[in-house]
Design a protein. Structure first.
Length: 500
């Protein structure tokens, strides 16, 4: 399959003169070989040999995917979903002062329930009819049907769903059914993948491509670890399988990146190693129970690592331990950097979240963390991850006394105790220079700085002292612990050389 692709590429106009030159060189080389052979002179080589150890092997790609598709397509299904939704009244989004508000309120349509139809893809993983798809395909469904490759349509029951990984497990009953298996080995970047599904309602469609990247974070949740593939995936492919060249499922097609809704060669699939564990839990219990230590974590950026005196930016920084959670009970505090779990190093915050979640509640684990430059250890028993996400901090409100400019950070602050509704802890950001270093790191008016340089701050002088201390120690940034509408987090803000 590679040869036609390379042949098409070589027919581009830009390559045409070079191709003619190469043909002329070959003819000359052949003539020289004939003449040299007659005269007993060795002919020059037309091509240089590849250096030892850099020989490129011939392509191992299949000449056709037909045999694989023939073997697996019977297990790929189209999923049709019926759901009920409330109709929307236009006046609900209008201001009461809008001239049309009274009209729509008086004559507008009364909200009514209406049936909607949607569709997606899925695949059968057992002969007794368990079907894997995406949670968003069947979410809010009142009726689910599965259409098989042979044309039959069967009613399906939702066994369980998991919003955090966007997976769902269905069940159909119709005797022994064709099924496919999970891959035991993760694909490499560059490996072939074949996507089979129901794009735009066109069931049984097949596309092929390669794995473009691994470990993609697309902002879908804390457990993002997607395969990026370039096999064309479109609307209706959600929940369908991505196969390797042995016909094993390496991923569950879930999302696309597209400004138009159609494929532009960037699709995302849940890796099989993640999906099969979630599906097993759904099959056994109908839900997924995840381990939980009760901390808000964030990545360790190079600036934060430098501010904390760390040698590398690996690990997960604790921004806020939750009250009464296992982490707080074990003595973990904000500012600690978790670097290992049960002796296995932690690369980043996402890896910590996935590792803890996968262990499940009730397990005892040993956490290695760094505090004030020293590595420490703590044992704790994992709790159960709550169903709902932790509530965000409420808007603290704005206003207060006149600002006091803090040179070096580009912010104006006042004691939080003097700002109505801000609480009694920290300093309130009353103003911010949009071109200053604090603004560039994401601080906003209304944020509350709780700590600076590892010390509590309750006044402008506390913050100024922390900034000066960072300068004296030769640090390029001061580490702030900030409470905002998005929660509590650490921010490393660069400081200017001159004192404020």
């Amino acid at each position: 399959m590679h040869k036609p692709i390379f042949a098409r590429s070589s027919r581009s106009p830009a390559n045409a003169p070079r191709r003619r030159g190469s043909r002329l060189a070959l003819l000359c080389a052949a003539a020289a070989l004939a003449l040299g052979g007659a005269a007993g002179v060795s002919a020059p080589r037309a091509f240089a040999e590849a250096p030892l150890g850099q020989t490129i092997p011939p392509s191992a790609g299949p000449s056709s995917f037909a045999d694989i598709v023939q073997r697996v397509k019977g297990a790929v299904v189209a999923i049709k979903v019926k759901s009920w939704q409330e109709s929307h009244n236009p006046f609900e989004d209008m201001s009461p002062d809008d001239p049309m508000y009274r009209f729509f309120k008086r004559f507008g349509e009364t909200p009514q329930r209406r049936m909607t139809m949607s569709q997606g893809s899925g695949f059968i993983i057992s002969p007794d009819g368990y079907v894997v798809t995406n949670n968003h395909v069947v979410e809010h469904a009142s009726d689910v049907e599965v259409s098989l490759d042979d044309g039959r349509t069967l009613p399906a029951k939702v066994i369980g769903t998991d919003k955090r990984t966007d997976l769902a497990l269905l069940k159909v009953n119709d005797g022994k059914l064709p099924y496919v298996a999970w891959a035991n080995t993760p694909p490499r970047v560059g490996d072939w993948v074949i996507a089979v599904g129901n794009p735009f309602g066109l069931g049984g469609s097949v596309t092929a491509g390669i794995v473009s990247a691994r470990g993609r974070d697309i902002g879908a949740g804390a457990y993002d670890d997607f395969l990026q593939i370039d096999a064309p995936v479109n609307r209706g492919n959600s929940g369908g399988p991505a196969f390797d060249t042995q016909g094993n499922v390496v991923g569950v097609n879930t999302a696309i990146y597209s400004p138009s809704g159609g494929s532009i060669g960037i699709g995302f699939a849940i890796p099989a190693e993640v999906a099969k564990d979630v599906v097993a839990a759904l099959r056994e219990k109908g839900v997924v129970s995840r381990g939980w230590i009760g901390v808000k974590i964030q990545p360790v950026t190079p600036e934060i690592a430098e501010s904390l005196g760390l040698k590398s930016s690996k690990g997960a920084l604790i921004a806020q331990p939750q009250r009464g959670a296992p982490a707080e009970a074990a003595g973990l505090k904000s500012g600690d950097v978790i670097v290992a779990v049960n002796g296995e190093p932690i690369e980043n915050a996402r890896e910590l979240a996935r590792r803890i979640a996968a262990m499940g509640p009730g397990k005892t684990v040993e956490i290695a963390y760094i505090r004030n430059g020293s590595e420490k250890n703590a044992k704790l028993t994992l709790g159960k991850l709550p169903e709902e996400k932790e509530a965000r901090t409420e808007d603290e409100g704005l206003g207060g006394p006149g600002p006091a400019q803090l040179s070096g950070l580009g912010i104006e602050v006042a004691p939080a105790a003097e700002v109505p509704g801000a609480g009694g802890e920290g300093v309130f950001v009353t103003g911010i220079d949009p071109d200053g270093s604090a603004a560039q790191k994401g601080l906003r008016r209304g944020d509350i700085i709780i700590e600076a340089g590892g010390q509590p701050v309750n006044s402008r002088s506390d913050l100024a002292n922390a900034v000066d201390g960072a300068r004296r120690e030769g640090r390029r940034a001061v580490l702030l612990r900030v409470k905002s509408a998005d929660g509590v987090k650490f921010v490393a803000v660069p400081v200017k050389e001159s004192a404020g």
